[in-house]
Design a protein around this ligand. Structure first.
Ligand code: GDP
Length: 529
């Protein structure tokens, strides 16, 4: 049932994440976006806040290492009459599942590229992830205040390496010390760059029309002529912007600028709120959910433990997919089949957590989690359905955890369980012995887990090598066969942190042989619910 009030609110929302290689300027551009959204007074505060915290406590030190902070996890700000939701992707060195799942919760992405470096490997990986759901991509080529590569060459690289057409929306006038501004190819306006306006919203000094004699006065006859020729060339040689092709993920509008100089960002943001898609329909196991549907629905894409050290809480991040969240509403936690009253959801307006009165499709709310919520969980008004496509991935690296103080077993189990809820690591408890096995996709995660166990749960532990190469989740509808499998294969079976049966394979050959022996049992490399 479409609802006009909900459709109107959904239409205003733009929910996105930034994809980029480390150092391309994601943090800087985030600050500038918040500045335009009036969410922070001073650019620089995203980083300096992190730095201050770093000094105040060890927990925050870890937080900084993880590159996650409360205020930067989800940021909401108004711009040009729209509501922008920016979801931070974690800054770990490892490419993590967390990033993947955050990208399942957005409707589009902003790709930030360092103009001097071009397309780098993390960007390639993230782009592959965006492709899985054909997420529309808008591009910002950053650091024009430096001597970057030829902009045409950078666009060529984006086209060939990332296999997406580029449609320049603005075109840079010079670069490095000779960077003068950008020309908007569709509005026929030159925006002039002034240095040193990074920490405030720069005045928009503009010249209307490329053929305006003012252009010659400001740039000088030579640079003006060069610009006119270059623009003609670029118009002839590049793709024209096509909204539908952008929405289909086949073409990316490209903007140039300098995040540090807070320039070109406004033009990009103007284009973003105009062209980026509003909340899109989402698939469930029973039907497609349209954002304007009157019935509230949402799914959890991320869980973060101990966000606030004073409260020791765990927060589940829920993306509203349809309907409206009202304070004190009751919602059905579908997986456990229970109705829960949510009085104290968090929102992420401005730079602080505050209690939310209402939320609309595209918005993210934070639910306090006391261990009952898992990544991928669906919430509805009572309807029995689940959003699909929010997987856990089978880890590729495994270690056995050993306690230094055996009396801390309970705390260790609790810590591993809670950290595995965040989804970056998994914990496995074998059916036949008391081992605790940690599995991760990237090796950095082991250090993160050990450090956090110590900081947050006061548990000291060490890792030991273990003869496990891969894991598969076990599914079988035939209860009798499953029982028999459990008996015969128990030496290789474990429960994961969510209580799901898992086959722990010492080698790939062993896994293959077991699969051949049990053709009616499904060995899944991802866990969906
Ligand atoms: P992140 O790792 O992608 O979050 O990148 P940061 O935003 O932390 O930026 C990495 C480095 O590049 C920092 O030293 C920034 O000051 C610098 N930087 C970011 N944007 C620009 C820019 O437009 N011009 C120049 N010259 N440096 C920039």
């Amino acid at each position: 049932m479409p609802d006009t009030a909900i459709a109107r609110q959904a239409e205003l929302r733009r929910t996105f994440a930034i994809i980029s290689h480390p150092d391309a300027g994601k943090t800087t551009i985030t600050e500038k976006l918040l500045l335009f959204g009036n969410a922070i007074q001073l650019a620089g505060s995203v980083k300096s806040k992190r730095a201050e915290r770093h000094a105040t406590s060890d927990w925050m030190k870890m937080e900084q290492e993880r590159g996650i902070s409360v205020t930067t996890s989800v940021m909401q700000f108004p711009y040009n009459g729209r509501i922008v939701n920016l979801l931070d992707t974690p800054g770990h060195e490892d490419f993590s599942e967390d990033t993947y799942r955050t990208l399942t919760a957005v409707d589009s992405a902003l790709m930030v590229i360092d103009g001097a470096k071009g397309v780098e490997d993390r960007t390639i990986k993230l782009m592959d992830v965006c492709r899985l759901r054909t997420t529309p991509i808008l591009t910002f080529i950053n650091k024009m205040d430096r001597d970057i590569r030829d902009p045409i060459e950078v666009m060529d690289e984006v086209e060939t390496v990332l296999n997406i057409q580029c449609a320049p929306m603005t075109w840079p006038i010079g670069m490095g010390r000779h960077f003068k501004g950008v020309y908007h190819l569709y509005n026929d306006v030159i925006h002039l760059y002034t240095q040193g306006q990074g920490s405030r919203i720069p005045d928009d000094k503009r010249i209307e029309g490329l053929d305006n004699p003012e252009v010659d006065e400001v740039l000088g006859a030579d640079q003006a002529e060069e610009l006119r020729m270059e623009v003609e060339l670029v118009r002839g040689a590049s793709h024209e912007f096509d909204l539908e092709a952008y929405r289909r993920g086949e073409l990316t509008p490209v903007y140039f600028g300098t995040a540090m100089g807070n320039f070109g960002v406004r033009e990009m943001l103007d284009g973003f709120v105009e062209y980026a898609p509003a909340p899109q329909p989402r698939e469930t196991d029973t039907r497609t959910v349209s954002a304007d549907d009157a019935r509230f629905t949402g799914f959890v894409f991320k869980i973060q433990a101990n966000m606030d050290p004073k409260h020791r809480d765990r927060v589940a991040f829920l993306r509203v997919c349809s309907g409206k969240y009202d304070k004190n509403m009751k919602m059905r936690h579908v997986r456990i089949g229970k109705d829960v009253k949510i009085a104290d959801a968090l929102t992420f307006m401005a730079s602080d957590r505050a209690q939310v009165e209402e939320a609309w499709p595209g918005d993210i709310i934070g639910l306090h989690n006391h261990g009952t919520i898992q990544i991928g969980d669906t919430f509805t008004l009572g309807e029995d359905m689940r959003f699909t496509g929010i997987p856990h991935f089978a880890p590729e690296l495994f270690k056995r955890v050993q306690l230094k103080d055996p009396l801390k077993m309970k705390a260790l189990q609790k810590g591993l369980q809670q950290l595995s809820e965040e989804g970056a690591t998994q914990v496995f408890m074998p059916l036949d012995n008391n081992d605790l096995i940690v599995g991760a996709v990237g090796s950095l995660q082991f250090d993160v887990v050990a450090h956090r166990l110590k900081e947050e749960y006061k548990v000291d532990c060490v890792y030991q090598a273990i003869n496990v190469q891969t894991a598969r989740w076990i599914y079988c509808d035939d209860a009798k066969m499953l029982d028999e499998f459990k008996r015969k294969a128990s030496a290789n079976l474990a429960l994961d942190g969510g209580g799901y049966l898992t086959y722990i394979a010492p080698t790939r050959v062993n896994l293959q042989m077991t699969q051949e022996r049990w053709p009616d049992i499904r060995f899944a490399a991802t866990r969906e619910h």
